[in-house]
Design a binder for this molecule. Structure first.
Ligand code: G6P
Length: 608
């Protein structure tokens, strides 16, 4: 959702802002705008629609002068996508210009107050109150004004502000919304994430809530809300610039599917030393693990689907009860969670609003938080007791692939690590599982090599109205992800069903020619799922069976078969998900959909 970029330096700001915003497009947006400071005057250009519209309006930024500026891509929350509602918003006296990502929860009361003081609002946004509040509180000192503003607003915010009185600087702050500071040579930046500034610098500051940043071309100063300067540590990002670029691929999604073997290797290898799992990153001791009464796994979207796999894996290996819940439900169900519970929070972006709120809810009740996060230094990582990072690199396509896969890998490592500490695995089982986990990257690479076959199947079914995915246990968990991958990017209606549950209602939707993708990789329940395949076939369904190489019987019942290599049952989701990612991709591609930026979706969802 909303993306922010800010620049101050020697170069013209506008083209740099547009370039940075283009790197943030993947977050999802419906309008864009920039503001620059030039000769003590603020220039604003903004437009509904894609960045290309703004780019054309400003001649690629060339006709917006100034070497300091802020830019924004807006994903509408308060007020429809329109030129007027786009950011930046400007105070009535024209002295301040503001970009904002987040939600100002008390904006209505603030708006009423400002209107009673004579302020006039042009937009329907919550953000405009910030611009007017700056004017209201400003007494000649920008930091004082910022402190007063953040004392008054409630909610989440990353804010960049230009002030016409300060031509050689701009100011920023964040709370519960993402923003990093980029430290260049003679130029400095703010950005919603590092991908926007990787072309310029890899040295960054992560900000704590309500740290106020003054950016000048020759330096950056950070203050707390008592106006005392805060020492910050410089963090160097090890992502390659090419990691955030398409590199010849038509879509980021395919690039990221193909990056999975590397992402898995990068995530797994550093954590296995001499055949043992070493989780240096976390402080959870054997005694802590033994004291755990219950584990909750909380996440949204695909990360939640990893949690569904996690429940099966942890319960099977550790015999600790696991409840997996979507974060938006968990936070509002007054969860019975406490001191002896572990809450595993999963998030690629580390900034999903519901996930972060659920984390805080669990923490406030005394639970210990272990998070699995991809974006280093993100809000969820910062708020957790322990973090295990997935080393997937930047994920740009809205539909996650490599982040999902690396989250799964971490889930296996945690499950096996805990099972070992609990004495629930023999050394033989442990050794074998480690070998199988280490083999996953190569096995995934083998599956990707067979993508032509999946593309062929996609060509048979891309005109479907409705597609069902069925499976049992872990195969059901993967069905959820396969179904989501397909529907989010191809807009084909799809449902995932526990294979045994289908006949309790949904089977009435099966008619002649309906495609059912049946996952039956697990050996124990293979025969049961085969029976379900027969049930749907008897009602006219066409079936793609997804199973392991050794379970050849599938070809006798299904119309088409996709196989993945055999491995331990717990690890099979890492393999079976790959053909489903490819299937979703090819179906969407054949339908001509906007694969990397599907309609209405955002990569990081920073609102409830
Ligand atoms: C959005 C994305 C999903 C993602 C979910 C959770 O809905 O479109 O792909 O799984 O958010 O995101 P997170 O960053 O917390 O993993």
């Amino acid at each position: 959702m909303c993306g922010i970029v800010g620049y101050i330096g020697q170069k013209q700001a506008a083209p740099i802002l547009l370039d940075g915003l283009a790197k943030l497009e993947y977050r999802g947006y419906d309008s864009a705008g920039i503001a620059t400071l030039n000769d003590g005057k603020i220039d604003v250009a903004k437009a509904k629609g894609r960045l290309a519209v703004l780019s054309e309006l400003t001649d690629e930024g060339k006709n917006v002068p100034g070497t300091v500026g802020i830019g924004h891509t807006r994903w509408a929350t308060h007020g429809e996508p329109s030129d007027i509602n786009s950011h930046p918003h400007v105070s009535m006296d024209g002295r301040f210009s503001v970009v904002h990502n987040g939600i100002i929860e008390n904006y209505i009361s603030l708006k009423e107050k400002l209107i009673s003081k004579g302020f006039e609002f042009k937009s329907e946004t919550d953000t405009e109150v910030i611009a007017h509040l700056f004017e209201y509180y400003y007494n000649g000192d920008i930091i004082d004004a910022m402190i007063k503003v953040i004392n008054r607003v409630e909610g989440s915010y990353a804010i960049g502000v230009l002030c016409a009185d300060y031509p050689d600087q701009f100011v920023a702050v964040r709370k519960a919304s993402p923003m990093i500071i980029g430290l260049g040579e003679g130029e400095n930046f703010i950005a919603s994430d590092v991908t926007a500034i990787l072309n310029h610098t890899r040295n960054i500051y992560y900000l704590e809530d309500n740290e106020i940043v003054i950016l000048k071309s020759d330096g950056v100063k950070v203050y707390n809300t008592d106006k005392e300067e805060v020492e910050k540590e410089v963090f160097t990002v090890n992502w390659d610039v090419s990691a955030a670029e398409k590199g010849g691929y038509e879509h980021f999604m395919m690039k990221e599917i193909e990056e999975q073997p590397k992402a898995l290797r990068d995530t797994i290898s550093p954590r296995i030393k001499d055949g043992r799992i070493v989780l240096d990153d976390i402080s959870l001791t054997a005694a802590d693990i033994k004291a755990i009464k219950k584990i909750f796994i909380v996440a949204c979207g695909s990360a939640y689907h990893v949690g569904v796999v996690g429940k099966y894996a942890i319960e099977k290996m550790c015999r600790i009860p696991v409840e997996v819940q979507v974060a938006s439900e968990f936070r509002y169900c007054d969860p019975i969670v406490g001191k002896n519970d572990l809450v595993i929070v999963i998030s690629q972006s580390g900034e999903t609003a519901d996930t972060l709120a659920a984390l805080k809810e669990a923490k406030s009740k005394g639970a210990r938080i272990l998070s699995i996060v991809n974006v280093v230094g993100s809000a969820i990582a910062n708020a957790s007791d322990d973090v295990i990072y997935t080393w997937a690199g930047p994920e740009i396509a809205v539909a996650t692939t490599k982040a999902y896969s690396t989250q799964l890998a971490v889930m296996y490592l945690i499950s096996l690590y805990m099972a070992d500490k609990l004495g629930m695995v023999t050394s033989g089982q442990y050794k074998k599982l480690i070998e199988q986990i280490e083999a996953l990257p190569d096995q995934v690479a083998e599956i990707i090599k067979q993508k032509d076959k999946v593309q062929y199947l996609a060509s048979l079914f891309f005109n479907s109205q409705s597609i069902f995915f069925i499976g049992r246990n872990l195969d059901y968990a993967v069905s959820l992800e396969g179904s989501l991958k397909l529907k989010e990017i191809s807009y084909i209606h799809s449902e995932a069903y526990a294979a045994g549950e289908l006949k309790h209602g949904t089977i009435s939707l099966i008619e002649s020619g309906t495609l059912v993708v049946a996952l039956a990789t697990g050996r124990e329940l293979f025969d049961k799922t085969v029976s379900n395949v027969k049930e749907v076939k008897a009602r006219g369904a066409v079936v793609i069976g997804l199973t392991t190489e050794s379970q050849t019987y599938m070809s006798e019942v299904a119309d088409h078969v996709i196989t993945v290599p055999d491995t331990d049952e717990m690890l099979l989701p890492s393999l079976s998900v790959v053909p489903l990612q490819l299937f979703g991709y090819y179906v969407a591609s054949l339908k001509g959909c906007d694969i990397d930026k599907p309609r209405n979706l955002a990569k990081s969802v920073t609102v409830e």
